[in-house]
Design a protein around this ligand. Structure first.
Ligand code: ARG
Ligand code: ZN
Length: 890
């Protein structure tokens, strides 16, 4: 059944308090749920319908006495309840089976420890409840369990009581003073150890911070603790938002469907985003831990203090919180160049994951209008595009105006469950003279219209009037259910460069004076002209600086202009973008050209420009590494109407090979210059140096593959063995595996032997193999072999993803086989995984979203594979929604 946003109605009943008692047992956990319930005066009189899923109901009492009830689907329906507005006591006793919970939603067991995951609709798998975010209650939770097996008993809020019970059991009682929706409920029970940190906040209150992990992982929690402290300090400084809890806990589990969860005071994390040590985690892992810890912490205000009225408003908390974690990482990075590196990385995610989503069968607005399964809408659109919408608001009201808007939002809505409209309104009201306030209704189309707008830019210089006229036009292709779009409000931050690279003053016709060399134009119409005065020579436009809007910019400017931008643009984002456009242009030409793929895709001018970036005396290593990394196969594919994955792969490989050979001496230089970073620190400067050294090594191994020279593979193997940290070690391993060198096998074996007891490192080992460049179709058989490996566990989401998702989602050259074997493999795995974990299966099902764009024979084969999944019985709602929408696309 389809759930529609327009059908929202307030809850018929309200739940003020919840008192839960758990007798924890993996096979059969008993849950006693005592609630104070009352009729909602705002809603018509009607029966109480409580959600439940996979529960065994034993008893229902109203004010201490038995009552009649019936079941309707999963719902427990109570019809004869006391009249009037007075609260009544509702007691429900039920049991569930955590050990058999393979979906990892609700209460489940992972490696002998109990965990919960309730967002979005997991609480109903724990007890009968009004499982919707606009029902907020205060919780008292008593946990009882065997003391030896489960010495640690945690829930939200504060520990108020604990002690021993008979038969070797013990208990702990927790009270959470904050009202919360049930999706923020959490409990953990197991044999865990913790790191603890006391902090005094600005107001002088003491807080206890704790990170709970398995014994043996404690030495990998320092980075997460530092990130947590930095996040707390940042939210107070930048937005005046303090920690409102005496105790803030993070717990890590190795079985988790997603990244992490912001349960009030008790965040539960995938180990991947908590644990990090120099010997086992890469720079990327360190950065991810920092940003996910920050993200979940920031939810404490944006998500928990103010939550969503209904799940259509998910981006209210997710888009805003992603924006906040992105800003945090940028502020932590420090220098303008390091900020730009973070921005470029975020835009890459948007372009390679969100743009395709917005152009495919699952396209949906940032605030969706309908869903079958809400879990399918924890998407890059809701999260990352949602963050871009918030970022555009900041661009339109300014950094201070944004902080003012956020303050207004909390003044109005603290403690409430609200909508995206409420957020935008607070922002506009706090900035009444802003463009946002003036254009609010039009701006909010970003919430309601799906699809990536295209902005076409063309410029005209008039020597006689010394003017430059920039024409910006916008359009947006249809998406499912939305054939026609209204124009968007698009902030286009820009500058103009002279031919010598100097920035020109920007004065629009009619303005009294110029507004500096960097400004934001606001495009609101289908087409608009902006005329700049005092422009002597044809300028080089630098548009959409910092990626000021999530749009596709179409600009057919000359190579010469792009080379000028690459050499001189004061905006580092556009400098990088110029290199991307130069190489992308050549890649597309080579893909479209008739006949076999030529070896010389890149011309001398392009190679020289890339070389001068690599050798540049002032640019940061991290930035160089981004410039020297070619556009991904997925991004190239998105530019084409018909996709030939094999050909795209061949073209990109040819380009990489060219870069490896033409810049050989420069790579040697870059490697020697950047290979030593001393004692390991994960900061952006050191990480950038390692990233560039790693790319150089990869290039040197690629060149060696063609010329048979054993020197660099030998050095790489040596570096692999001697590396002082995981980043260097893994990069060396990647270079050997990626270039297909004979030493790769030895290195892989050695790596496995060394790290076989570390799950997160093993995930990397699996992923590296499943994601390697295909050589004559060797990857699929390898993937099947990896699934037979004793360390492969299909039921562990991280492990399943490391092999299967890496292959299906991230290795297009290996996945799209002309014999369709990749698609057959995909369909079998989707069906197999769906039988025990629909959420993981539905993510995997998205791998063929873009089937319609494929050239034959891929297209027909992909369609057949999707149809095979769709025809399978039984199928979860999750997977059914994905494949049904995919088929409807054709
Ligand atoms: N709110 C979490 C976060 O973004 C994500 C939880 C998603 N869970 C799910 N089952 N879909 O931090
Ligand atoms: Zn989130």
């Amino acid at each position: 059944t389809v759930i529609r946003r327009e059908d929202y109605a307030p809850p018929a009943y309200l739940i003020d308090t919840v008192d839960l008692t758990f007798d924890l047992d993996p096979a059969k956990t008993r849950v006693l749920n005592r609630m104070r319930v009352r009729r909602n005066p705002e809603a018509p009189v009607q029966p109480l319908r409580l959600d439940g899923e996979e529960l065994n109901l034993a008893r229902v009492l109203v004010n201490g006495a038995g009552t009649s009830f019936k079941m309707d689907g999963g719902q427990l329906v109570l019809e004869s309840l006391p009249d009037g507005a007075d609260p009544f006591e509702l007691e429900i006793f039920s049991t569930c089976a955590p050990a058999k919970n393979t979906q990892l939603m609700g209460l489940y067991v992972s490696q002998g420890t109990f965990f919960t995951q309730c967002e979005a609709e997991g609480f109903r798998r724990i007890t009968y409840f009004l499982d919707r975010p606009d029902v907020m209650a205060t919780y008292t939770v008593t946990l009882r369990a065997d003391k030896r097996q489960y010495p640690v008993l945690l829930s939200n809020g504060n520990l108020v009581e604990s002690g021993d019970l008979e038969a070797g059991r013990h208990y702990a009682k927790w009270v959470d003073p904050h009202r919360k929706p049930c999706y923020l409920f959490a409990l953990v029970a197991g044999n865990l150890v913790h790191r603890e940190q006391k902090i005094i906040s600005r107001s002088g209150t003491e807080h206890t911070l704790q990170i709970y992990v398995r014994r043996g992982d404690l030495d990998k929690t320092e980075h997460a603790m530092n990130a947590l402290m930095a996040s707390i300090a940042w939210d107070e400084t930048r937005f005046g938002l303090p920690l409102d809890l005496e105790r803030f806990m993070i717990v890590a589990t190795s079985d988790f469907n997603m990244g992490a969860m912001e349960n009030k005071g008790l965040n539960i994390f995938n180990t991947k985003y908590v644990l990090a040590s120099p010997a086992t985690a890469t720079d990327t892992d360190f950065a991810n831990v920092e940003s996910v810890v920050a993200h979940e912490y920031f939810h404490n205000w944006t998500g928990n203090r103010v939550t969503c009225r209904d799940w259509f408003q998910l981006s209210l908390k997710e888009g805003l919180t992603v924006f906040r974690d992105q800003e945090f990482s940028m502020d932590m990075a420090g220098s303008p160049s390091a900020r730009a590196v973070k921005r470029i990385e975020d835009v890459r995610v948007l372009r390679t994951a969100q743009f395709p989503e917005d152009a495919g069968p699952m396209a949906h607005p940032v605030r969706p209008d309908q869903y079958v399964e809400i879990n399918n809408f924890y998407t890059v659109t809701v999260y990352e595009k949602g963050a871009e919408v918030v970022r555009m608001m900041q661009t339109l009201v300014g950094r201070e105006g944004f902080a003012r808007g956020l303050k207004r939002y909390f003044e109005r809505h603290d403690g409430q469950a609200v909508t995206c409209d409420d957020f935008a309104q607070a922002m506009a009201d706090a900035n009444p003279d802003s463009e946002l306030a003036r254009l609010l209704a039009e701006f909010k189309r970003w919430y309601s219209q799906a699809g990536t707008p295209r902005v076409h830019a063309s410029g005209q210089h008039d020597a006689a009037t010394r003017t430059y006229t920039l024409t910006l036009s916008q359009s947006c292709p249809p998406t499912p259910g939305q054939p026609v779009k209204e124009p968007f409000v698009i902030p286009v931050t820009m500058g103009l460069l002279g031919a010598d690279g100097r920035e020109l003053p920007l004065q629009l016709e009619g303005e009294a004076q110029h507004a500096g060399t960097h400004r934001t134009l606001v495009l609101t119409q289908p087409s608009q002209r902006f005329t700049f005065v005092g422009i002597e020579q044809p300028p080089v436009p630098s548009l959409l600086r910092g990626f000021s809007a999530p749009v596709i910019l179409e600009q057919d400017d000359s190579d010469a202009n792009l080379l000028t931008l690459l050499a001189h643009d004061s905006d580092p984002f556009n400098r990088w973008e110029a290199a991307q456009r130069l190489t992308l242009r050549r890649a597309l030409a080579a893909v479209r050209a008739p006949g076999p793929v030529q070896a010389d895709v890149l011309d001398t001018a392009c190679l020289d420009a890339l070389r001068s970036v690599l050798r540049h005396p002032e640019l940061d290593a991290a930035f160089k590494e981004l410039v020297l990394t070619l556009p991904s196969e997925t991004y190239i594919a998105e530019q084409l109407d018909e996709v030939e994955p094999q050909r795209i792969h061949a073209v990109r490989e040819a380009m990489r090979s060219q870069l490896a050979h033409a810049l050989h001496e420069d790579w040697v230089w870059a490697y020697e210059q950047h290979k030593d970073t001393g004692a390991y620190r994960p900061d952006p400067v050191n990480a950038g140096r390692r990233a560039l050294a790693g790319l150089a090594l990869y290039m040197l191994c690629l060149a060696a593959r063609d010329n048979g020279n054993p020197v660099w593979p030998g050095k790489t193997y040596q570096r692999f063995k001697d590396a002082g940290n995981m980043t260097d070690r893994f990069q060396a391993l990647q270079a050997l595996v990626g270039s297909g060198h004979a030493l790769a096998q030895e290195a892989l074996q050695r790596f496995h032997a060394q790290f076989q007891h570390d799950d997160l490192v093993l995930d990397k080992w699996f992923a590296l193999q499943a994601g390697q460049p295909d050589r004559g179709g060797h990857v699929l058989p390898l993937v099947k072999q990896l699934m037979q490996h004793p360390d492969f566990h299909l039921r562990n989401p991280n492990r399943a993803r490391s092999v299967i998702s890496t292959y299906c989602h991230s290795n297009p050259g290996a996945f799209h086989r002309s014999d369709a074997a990749g698609y057959v493999f995909w369909s079998e795995r989707v069906i197999e995984i769906d039988a025990f974990n629909p959420q993981v299966a539905a993510r995997l099902a998205r791998a063929l979203d873009r089937w319609k764009k494929l050239a034959e024979p891929y297209r027909s084969a992909a369609r057949e594979a999707i149809a095979r999944v769709a025809a399978h019985e039984p199928l979860s709602n999750d997977v059914r929604e994905v494949v049904t929408r995919a088929l409807a696309d054709g």
